[in-house]
Design a protein around this ligand. Sequence first.
Ligand code: ADP
Ligand code: ASP
Ligand code: MG
Length: 440
Amino acid sequence: MKVYKFGGTSVGSPERFRALIPLISDGETKIVVLSAMAGTTNTLVDISGLYSSGDKPGAEEMTRQLREKYHAVARELFSSSTWSEKASDLIEEHFGYISGLFSREYSRHNEKRIIARGELLSTGLLHLLLTEEGIPSCLIPALNFMRIDKDGEPDYFYIRENLKRELAAVKNEKIIITQGFICRNVSGETDNLRRGGSDYSATIIGAAIGAGEVQIWTDISGLHNNDPRYVENTRVVRSLSFSEAAELAFFGAKILHPSSINPARMKNIPVRLKNTMEPGDEGTLITSETTLEDYTAVAAKDGITAIRIRSDRMLMAYGFMRRIFEAFEAFRTPIDMITTSEVSVSLTIEDPTYLDEIVKSLSSIGHVEVDRDQTIICVVGDFRPDRVGSAPEIFEALNEISVKMISYGGSDHSVSILINTTDKITALRALNEKLFAQKA
Ligand code: ADP
Ligand code: ASP
Ligand code: MG
């Protein structure tokens, strides 16, 4: 069985919804994981923001506008009034649910319940559309099987057992539709896998059922060798290893959720990235095979905070690192990059929630400096220890930019470089020119 995931733009309009029909009704059995229609989750987050700040009229108005948008989609999507009325009932049910929550006290759980409506709507609409077209399909609720544990990690045992039960109940169906992104947390409440999480849902499902392949369908023909939002003349990377793809996803290649490769790698399930607008394009295939290009691709991750701890007492002393790491562990804050010298340690974090507490705790060890608005550039390529030379093209490309940290040698297939976010676009373009364009 295969898993197909369609992202927001792939269900972004009535036309795009219709374009899914031939892709999923080829006679093969598949689980179809859908995101919310493009823009919906952003609007639901905004609605929740108004609700949490006590602006109920504002939240009501934004909800009304989104509801109208859905009614307009439904009017265009269905051919007969019977099915557009069913769609209208579905839309009213979900938006009625949201409005119903506004009369209650704000809570994080109610916010998550609101944010979950996007995927519930898109899957409901696709199911109705296929039924109108006479194509058999069924809907299995992600909230019946997708679950995260107390650390926010997928609870694979629970997922496998419950998904198995759900699938057994629909064993003759060829098209099994479910929601991406949404799940239950350890308390059984509605939750989600973080923004962009439908990719993660697809690979978790793939791993749970031992799928033959997971296909991520989006608005671009595969993973490009640089960020196409900032750089021109980027090219599709035809094949990538799980490690390379995981690194690129983690360090900002938005086409994949940062954690989405892990489940596929765990079970050695190929992941194919495809374009719903150009279904004939080959796209990118991610497997356990390493490509071994000098340079494969570049990605960038913003919102990074750098912390530097300096202490002369560090010289020739032991136990410093442990004390530094303990400060981060105490506040459950992961470290991304780290470089050291005899008397200082520089490291980066993504989540600044406990920054003040961490800095306070580190101040007992040495002098602490903090730099916000930093970006990590990740260059994926062949950096095995026996590579000859130290990738001079990377540093030539970044000649005009202030490089804050470099992490080389930690990974066989990537180098990370910390720069100011204001230099990001210049850096990405310069790297594209040096690593790819000049070599083409
Ligand atoms: P979906 O809604 O289908 O999940 P996303 O917007 O999450 O789609 O991901 C697709 C987008 O990722 C592309 O439109 C592109 O702008 C962006 N992107 C960023 N980096 C890359 C990259 N290296 N390769 C391909 N796309 C990328
Ligand atoms: N709809 C969710 C989001 O916008 C999940 C996803 O698109 O993958 O973040
Ligand atoms: Mg996405």
